[in-house]
Each structure stands twice: as C-alpha cells, then as structure tokens.
Design a protein around this ligand. Structure first.
Ligand SMILES: N[C@@H](CCC[C@H](N)C(=O)O)C(=O)O
Length: 299
C-alpha cells in the first residue's frame, strides 16, 4: 500500500497500513486498497472498529480505484458493526482532503455507492456537494406508504411517548429519521436510539436524530447512527436535518448544524436542490494492522 499524502509517503509493503482520521470526532480508519485489492469480512471490519481489541472507529473507509473516467477515487464505507453502507458525510470530507492533497488538486470527485460527490478543499475545511435528497416514502425506504414525509405517523410504544412523534424522514444516500424536540438533553437517545433504528417502519433500518431548532439559521442535533451507535457527529444526518427543516419552514436554506463534536455549515441550494456541506477534517495518525487479522482462520 502507498499513501501519497504530503509527509505521509509510505513504501510499498505487504503490511496493511492505515490512517486514522476524524470529522468533528466521528472517527475513521482509512485503508488504501488501490495498489492491492482488499476484501474484508464482517468480522475483520468489526475487529478493526473495536475500541478495546482493535484500532477503534465509527466507520472503516477503504479507498479503491473508480472504474469511471475522470473520477479520482472510489470510497467504500463500512459501519463499525461490519456492514457496508452507501454514504458518510464526514468521511467524504476526510477523503476529499486526502485525495486532493495526494493529487495536488483543489477539487476532486469521489465515487460512492450513493453516487458521485464533488469535494472542494478550502484550507481547513472541505465542502462537499452531497447531491439531492430523496423524499418519497419508498426512497427512504419506509414499510408503509406516506404521501407527506415531512412528518410520518410512527407507533413508538412506551419508550418516550408522547414526547417523541411524527419524525421527518429523508434519504441522502442513507436513511434518516428526525425527531423535532424542544430540549435535546431531555431525551435518553442511547436508550431509545437502538429501538428506533430497528423500528419495523424502516426496512433498511435508519439513522435517528433528535433536532432542536435554535433559530432560523441554527439547529442543534444529536445522532444515533445505524450500525455505529451514538457518534460525536454525523454529516449525512446534518444534511438530512437541514433539508427536513426547510421543508417544515423551520429554518432558511443556509443553516449551522451544531453536533456534540462541533459545527457544520449546510445549504440546501434553491437553484438545483443540491445539499452543500462544509466542515473540517482531521488527520490523527497512522499505524499498521496486525498480520494475524489476515490469516485464514481470522478472515
Ligand atoms: N457517520 C456518517 C454516516 C455513516 C453511515 C451511517 N451510520 C449509516 O448506516 O447510514 C456520516 O458522517 O454521514
């Protein structure tokens, strides 16, 4: 593997090296499989993501070559629980930085399972065009038909009722349900997050956000991520919340989304309905995965 970031040039060896990165505390192990393909099992991903036995991360990111002309990289995303997913906003900013630095470009195109995303490096921040949201019930997807996805009826039983109700649902490459609350800290997201993530209304499960509107240009959120649990930040959740807030006329199109790990700037552009997410990236360190992880019995 060879990582050609300035100051991070590595010789080609058989050892699998990684970078550790984060976007507002949502952390990633990044592997470069462009020189040597890497196929990872659920168990290997889970081991790498495990904070006690492994390296520890919310998502594992694998860089590959994209088969498409003019595209700079393919980004494969795994949740800590081992499953592959299609979108990750914070990782897109981190990978945008890595690849822009590597290629000496300001703007790069990242191929993901959710589509092609353009990322632009501007000093300490990266802006990503996250594309257009999918808002129809079967695009979220939901188990039942709803005409209006700005607020759906959801039977949630006794877990925190009647305070939590009628979430907005949005798909930005992955499914999100947003519960609007008056006080973010009055809810035990760690307790009911897993139940809502697995609610039968969400056949592909869902990322669950609590959102408190502070002003027409400011929302505070906390997120229970599908397949990863509570995180310091979730970029796609911020995108979904920004879209849902505009649809409910709670905010304007440009909004600051505050997460436990820090702030993201979001714009749901009026001209083409694309979502533009801007925020920081951080390179935390590097390491080598243990060879035993790739021995036959461990795979
Ligand atoms: N942390 C990410 C989202 C990662 C995927 C998500 N947990 C899912 O299962 O859809 C982000 O920054 O968007």
């Amino acid at each position: 593997m060879q990582i050609l970031i300035k100051g991070w040039v590595k010789p080609m060896t058989d050892a699998v090296q990684y970078l550790k990165m984060n976007g507002l505390g949502n952390d990633f192990v990044v592997l470069d499989a462009r020189q040597k393909p890497l196929k990872l099992s659920h168990d290997q991903v889970r081991w790498i993501a495990d904070r006690e036995q492994g390296i520890g991360c919310d998502q594992l990111i694998v860089l590959e070559y994209s088969p498409l002309d003019g595209v700079d990289v393919f980004m494969r995303i795994y949740n800590a629980e081992g499953g592959e997913v299609d979108a990750c906003g914070n990782a897109t900013r981190c990978v945008g930085y890595l690849v822009a630095e590597e290629l000496g470009k300001k703007a790069v195109t990242i191929h993901t399972n959710a589509g092609l995303l353009n990322a632009e490096l501007n000093g300490d921040v990266v802006s990503v065009d996250m594309g257009t949201p999918r808002l129809e019930w079967d695009q979220i997807p939901l188990a039942e038909e709803f005409e209006d996805t700005t607020g759906i009826e959801l039977q949630i039983g006794p877990i925190d009722a009647p305070v939590l109700h009628t979430p907005s649902v949005v798909n930005v490459g992955n499914p999100h349900a947003i519960f609007w609350v008056k006080d973010l800290d009055a809810h035990d997201l760690e307790r009911f997050g897993p139940m809502l993530e697995h609610h039968p209304m969400f056949p592909e499960r869902a990322n669950i956000s609590l959102a408190q509107v502070l002003d027409r240009d400011h929302i505070k959120i906390r997120v229970w991520e599908r397949g990863a649990g509570l995180t310091q930040a979730c970029g796609t959740a911020a995108c979904a919340v920004a879209v849902a807030a505009v649809r409910k006329d709670l905010t304007d199109r440009e909004v600051t989304i505050s997460l436990p790990g820090g702030d993201l700037q979001l714009e749901w552009r009026a001209s083409d309905h694309h979502i533009i997410m801007t925020g920081p990236y951080e390179l935390d360190g590097e390491g080598t995965l243990p060879a035993e992880l790739f021995e036959e019995s461990a795979a």
